[in-house]
Write a protein that binds this ligand. Structure first.
Ligand code: AMP
Length: 273
C-alpha cells in the first residue's frame, strides 16, 4: 500500500476504485473494501474528516481520529493507495465550488444538521475531481447521503459507476459507526434501541398501513431515557419523500442521541401493493 497526500499523474493513468471515508475504520469500511476487490481496479481509500460537513464545530473536534490504527488496518487489507489529503490540498484558497443538495438535502438529517449535505456533496465532488475514479462505493448506512450522491452523479452525468455497500451491524443489531467508540458500555446498549425502533415500525406499518399510528407505536414501545430520538420517518426509498400509492420500496430512517452522540440508522423493504 502506498500512502499519499496528493494524487499523482501516474495514478490518474490507472483505473481506480475509490472509497471515501473519514477514518476510524471498522468492519463497515472493510466490507466496502471487500466489495471493491471483485474488480480489477486499483483501490484508493481516502481518509479526510471534512470540516465542511460539520455544522457543529464541537462535533468536528470530537470526531474520532486514529490514523495509526487505520494505517495498520489498511495495510493488512491490501488496498493500493491510502490517500490522506490536507484541507489545503482539497479546498485550496478561495474555494468556491459549493454543491447544493437541494430540497431533499434540507430534510430529515439535513434539517437537524443545516448545510451538512452541501458539505458532503461538495467534498465528494472535489474528491471525485482529484481521484477521477471509474467506480466508487458508499454505504447504505448513510442512506440520505447515498440518495443525494446518486442524484448528483445522475443529474451531472458524471462518468463514475456508484456501488452500494450493505449495512454492517454488531451482534446486537447496532450499525457499526466510528462514533460508536465515543459511547460507554451502557451507551452501546441504549444505541441498540435505534434498530428496534426501525423493526417495530416496519412490522406495525406492514400490518396497519397507517404511517402516523405506526410511528407513534414504535416510539412508545421502545421508549428509553438513554436514547433521545430526533426523527423517525418512513419514506419512499426512490424519492426520499412521503409514501404514495405507487411506492414499491420503503425506507425507515432514524436519528437519535445517546450520551450526546448523534447516531443514525435505517432499514429498507419492499411494500406489496
Ligand atoms: P464514514 O467514514 O463514516 O464517512 O463512512 C465512509 C463510508 O463507509 C460511507 O460510505 C459510509 O456509508 C460507509 N459506512 C459507514 N458505516 C458503515 C456500516 N456500518 N456498514 C456499511 N457501510 C458503512
Amino acid at each position: 500500500m502506498k500512502h499519499i497526500k496528493q494524487i499523482t499523474n501516474e495514478m490518474l493513468q490507472e483505473k481506480l476504485f475509490f472509497i471515501p471515508t473519514m477514518g476510524s475504520l471498522h468492519r463497515g469500511h472493510l466490507s466496502l473494501i471487500e466489495n471493491a476487490k471483485q474488480f480489477e481496479l486499483k483501490i484508493v481509500v481516502s481518509i479526510f474528516v471534512n470540516p465542511k460537513q460539520f455544522n457543529d464545530s464541537n462535533d468536528f473536534k470530537k470526531y474520532p481520529r486514529d490514523i495509526e490504527k487505520d494505517f495498520d488496518i489498511l495495510n493488512n487489507s491490501k488496498i493500493d493507495y491510502l490517500f490522506t489529503p490536507d484541507k489545503e490540498y482539497v479546498y485550496g484558497q478561495n474555494f468556491k465550488n459549493i454543491i447544493h443538495s437541494g430540497s431533499i438535502g434540507k430534510k430529515y438529517e439535513g434539517k437537524s444538521r443545516p448545510g451538512h449535505f452541501d458539505g458532503v456533496l461538495t467534498v465528494v465532488n472535489r474528491l471525485f475531481e482529484l481521484v477521477q475514479p471509474r467506480k466508487a462505493i458508499f454505504g447504505k448506512k448513510d442512506a440520505q447521503q447515498l440518495f443525494l450522491i446518486k442524484q448528483y452523479v445522475g443529474k451531472n452525468n458524471l462518468d463514475i459507476e456508484l456501488l452500494e455497500g450493505d449495512i454492517i451491524r454488531d451482534s446486537n443489531g447496532l450499525a457499526l459507526s466510528s462514533r460508536n467508540q465515543l459511547l460507554s458500555d451502557q451507551g452501546l446498549v441504549a444505541a441498540t434501541g435505534l434498530k428496534r425502533h426501525l423493526d417495530t415500525l416496519k412490522e406495525e406499518y406492514l400490518q396497519t398501513r397507517d404511517v402516523n399510528q405506526s410511528i407513534n407505536y414504535a416510539l412508545e414501545q421502545n421508549k428509553d431515557r438513554n436514547l433521545t430520538v430526533d426523527y423517525l420517518h418512513i419514506l419512499d426509498k426512490n424519492t426520499f419523500s412521503k409514501l404514495t400509492e405507487e411506492t414499491t420500496n420503503a425506507i425507515i430512517i432514524i436519528a437519535g442521541y445517546v450520551e450526546g452522540i448523534r447516531l443514525i440508522d435505517n432499514i429498507d423493504f419492499r411494500v406489496e401493493i
